[in-house]
Design a protein. Structure first.
Ligand code: CTP
Length: 402
């Protein structure tokens, strides 16, 4: 959920500031782009260098940097998808509630159009003080969200409410915040993608030219729309940038069969985009096959092959609540063959694409598809980037499950 999200993290001067190192690390690990602002008091508890290294960005401390260049808080506020202030001290809370603006964090807060989320941290009596309660309620009135302080042992040695929410809890709060209102929130999606390699011996295999790009783009689009995504990926060099996608790497058709079937039952949306090798060697050699003595160019050998299991057909047989989507990659009679596959494999939708049209098919970054549903309704799309094709397919799915 936090992949690609732009987060400005304001850190104010309380002992809980030391936990921001973990918070920044977790956010960055999830793929968020984090820019940190430290108040002067915060630098007594954590160094800008630490947070700069962890966030991979410069940390802002003042309206001007050391070379007297203006740190543009207006741009920063506009850039942010969310302004998170953690820990929020009673002092900064009071300033926020009253519109004070004596540092760059407060100026960014006043300029922010995106949501501000705060995680207060203070000693238990401070947290209970009527002025703090009033100021928190004023912030709520401004539309800000509060991640309540947690109970436990405090730095003072007292035990009670006032600890900053644990970094893990702040991260899950943000995940919920960003996934609210996403159309596939609560849905489980399973995608298989890429080629499969069927070994002949330890160094040779039967495979195909699939890159896995289309399936990876689909997995990322489903995740961006809020689905919990599992991607079963054959040997592919495509990198998965969305860290929330559960990745299961496989090599052979049998491994892809097992991984896809084991995730099928609990899934709501299942897309089989993998180019499963249609044949595998009947007898896989455990050691490298050597040429026979005296063998020369043009000599023939026989390799006995057997047909691999059809994963999609098996899913079609087991289908219950799942929306099942397959691909048909053809060089001839595209729509007819695609309709046959839709019926034969009990699909809800088939994505028909040409294998040999310029800019479409396996290795390319673009694709041109037609979608055919169970009622044989055909929707044609132009040639476009695989990410845009993935968006078209997922939008079509959203219409189907509406
Ligand atoms: N498929 C599968 N398991 C296989 C072969 C194909 O799950 N062993 C799936 C593919 O992921 C795709 C669909 O079936 O979603 C159609 O694959 P395609 O290779 O176009 O067709 P095949 O069914 O293999 O038939 P043919 O090769 O004869 O066109």
């Amino acid at each position: 959920m936090l992949h690609g999200k732009k987060i400005v993290l304001g850190v104010t001067g309380g002992i809980a500031a030391y936990k921001c190192a973990t918070l920044v690390r977790l956010l960055v690990k999830q793929g968020a782009d984090v820019r940190v602002i430290l108040t002067k008091a915060a630098t007594d508890f954590i160094t800008p260098q630490t947070l700069s290294v962890l966030s991979k960005n410069e940390v802002l401390l003042d309206f001007f940097d050391k070379d007297f260049n203006w740190n543009n808080h207006v741009h920063l506020a506009e850039w942010a998808d969310v302004l998170l202030i953690a820990p929020l001290t009673a002092n900064t809370l009071s300033k926020m509630a009253n519109g004070a603006c004596d540092n760059i964090l407060l100026a960014t807060y006043l300029s922010a159009k995106s949501k501000t989320i705060v995680a207060p941290a203070m000693d238990l009596d401070m947290y209970k003080h009527p002025s703090v309660i009033k100021n928190l309620s004023t912030l709520k009135g401004y539309g800000n969200e509060i991640i309540p302080a947690e109970s436990g042992e405090l730095a003072s040695g007292l035990v009670g409410e006032g600890r900053m929410a644990e970094p893990e809890n702040i991260v899950s709060y943000l995940e919920d915040f960003f996934s609210k209102g996403l159309p596939l929130k609560g849905k489980k999606a399973l995608v298989n993608a890429g080629p499969t390699y069927e070994p002949i011996d330890p160094v040779r295999f039967i495979g195909n030219r699939s890159s896995g790009k289309m399936g990876v783009a689909l997995a990322e689009e489903l995740a961006a729309k809020g689905a919990e995504v599992t991607l079963v990926l054959g040997p592919s060099h495509v990198s998965i940038t969305n860290k929330s996608i559960k990745l299961i790497k496989v090599e052979t058709g049998d491994q892809m069969y097992d991984a896809t079937l084991s995730g099928f039952e609990l899934s709501d949306i299942v897309i089989c985009s993998a180019a499963v090798a249609d044949y595998k060697a009947v007898n896989k050699s455990e050691s490298k096959l050597k040429k026979q003595k005296g063998a020369k160019a043009g000599d023939r050998i026989n390799l006995e092959l057997e047909i691999t299991k059809d994963i999609l057909a098996e899913l079609g047989r087991r289908k219950k609540q799942q929306l099942l989507i397959g691909f048909a990659l053809e060089t001839d009679n595209l729509l007819e063959y695609a309709k046959d596959k839709l019926k034969a494999k009990n699909l809800d939708l088939v994505v028909a694409n040409w294998a040999n049209e310029k800019g479409a098919g396996f290795a390319s970054d673009t694709n041109k598809v037609s979608l055919i549903d169970k009622h044989n309704k055909i929707t044609n799309f132009e040639l476009k980037a695989k990410q845009a094709v993935a968006a078209d397919i997922v939008n079509h799915i959203l219409e189907m499950i509406k």
